[in-house]
Design a protein. Structure first.
Length: 55
């Protein structure tokens, strides 16, 4: 369960970075936020697959 929480936290952190990047017109920060969200979503998908096979 801890991994799922960490993945959600990373996703929300990425959303915050993306929003800050948009607000400050910082394309690098915006891209970093999108990357963080993508990584978190991929990790979450892996957790879901793992859960499907263990239940």
């Amino acid at each position: 369960m801890s991994d799922k929480f960490e993945n959600k936290a990373e996703e929300f952190g990425g959303k915050a970075k993306e929003a800050t990047g948009k607000a400050t017109d910082d394309e690098s920060l915006e891209a970093e936020g999108k990357t963080d969200q993508t990584k978190a979503n991929l990790k979450q998908a892996g957790e879901n697959v793992k859960d499907a096979f263990t239940n």
